[in-house]
Design a protein around this ligand. Structure first.
Ligand SMILES: [Fe+2]
Ligand SMILES: [Fe+2]
Ligand SMILES: [Fe+2]
Length: 326
């Protein structure tokens, strides 16, 4: 859809934010029931109340701008699934996957509100700008709460496993990391041409080299553990069951969407490596633990770089629609 003015663009971003919150609502309602740990469950329950408020605030902004969304009941009914909750439930280590994907989703929200706030500034809509920043704070806080739960998520996923079970879990986590890097590589290969800004294109290009190095390291660890190719195939299939387009509401086709998506994806990687590090230490493999911890640090650096460039991504999106400076 062609957008003719900054105002229309702002309404479109609000509509996207609303869809993100509707998906979040479905996830927050279902997550406590499968969390596998009371503290993890209560983190989700607490954020459910916040998410209900986000949905309402964004809906009211849309209404104030004369663009009423469908009723929340209809929107929830129209969802094809519960996003990452449905995915996590199908995994053998549900609490770990739940926390990993929720962590990524919160950062997708954070990125979306960062961009929304900046766009609202440009469109001189103070109310929307203030709302975006207020919600952003709560998404950030939820991200931090989830981060503090990585240890419990590992524990809830592994329980009192025997050494053999721990080693099998470690192999599965390595294979998952391998599959995630494969997705990252695909995303980063497409990144530069869609980046909308030279600095973002550089960020994607440079991180692509990192992702390839990470994948090789993980492959070496898997080989050392004696895992066969079928393990990799299984992990790729498992991750493939997650419908990214549905989870993130749309394909990342424009610079700002791509940057927000990449930012969220880096957080999927951060959480995956933080969990991998913990699983490795439990399985008495400190070398893999240290390696995973180091890679998690590199993913954090990549995420921060992308976040610092979200404003440039927005410029790129606006320029492509002839709404910004050339
Ligand atoms: Fe939210
Ligand atoms: Fe959230
Ligand atoms: Fe990465």
């Amino acid at each position: 859809m062609a957008v003719s003015s900054l105002d229309d663009q702002l309404t479109k971003y609000l509509t996207d934010a609303h869809a993100i919150e509707v998906q979040a609502l479905a996830q927050m309602r279902a997550a406590p029931g499968i969390a596998g740990d009371p503290e993890i469950a209560s983190a989700f329950s607490a954020h459910l109340a916040e998410t209900e408020e986000h949905e309402r605030l964004v809906r009211e902004r849309l209404q104030a701008r004369g663009a009423a969304p469908a009723s929340i009941k209809d929107l929830l009914g129209g969802l094809t699934g519960k996003g990452f909750v449905l995915f996590a439930r199908s995994q053998p280590d549900t609490p770990g996957k739940l926390v990993t994907h929720a962590f990524s989703y919160e950062h997708m929200e954070l990125g979306a509100y960062e961009v929304l706030g900046q766009l609202a500034d440009r469109a001189a809509d103070r109310t929307t700008a203030d709302m975006a920043r207020k919600i952003l704070q709560q998404e950030q806080a939820m991200g931090q709460r989830l981060e503090a739960l990585f240890e419990r998520a590992a524990e809830a996923s592994l329980g009192e496993g025997t050494q053999e079970e721990l080693e099998r879990a470690l192999t599965a986590y390595l294979a998952d990391a391998h599959a995630i890097e494969a997705q990252a590589i695909r995303l980063l290969e497409r990144g530069p041409e869609l980046a909308g800004s030279p600095s973002l294109a550089d960020a994607y290009r440079e991180h692509l080299a990192g992702a390839q190095a990470h994948q090789e390291l993980i492959a070496a660890r898997l080989q050392a553990s004696g895992a066969g190719r079928s393990v990799l195939k299984d992990a790729a299939l498992r991750l493939g069951a997650l419908n990214w387009g549905m989870l993130f509401q749309a394909q990342p086709d424009a610079p700002a969407k791509l940057a927000v998506f990449a930012y969220a994806f880096e957080h999927l990687e951060i959480a995956a490596y933080e969990l991998l590090a913990r699983v490795a230490r439990r399985a008495a493999d400190p070398e893999t633990g240290a390696e995973a911890q180091r890679i998690a640090g590199e993913e954090r650096a990549a995420a921060e770089r992308i976040r610092s460039l979200l404003g440039e991504a927005l410029e790129g999106s606006l320029r492509e629609q002839s709404l910004g400076p050339r």
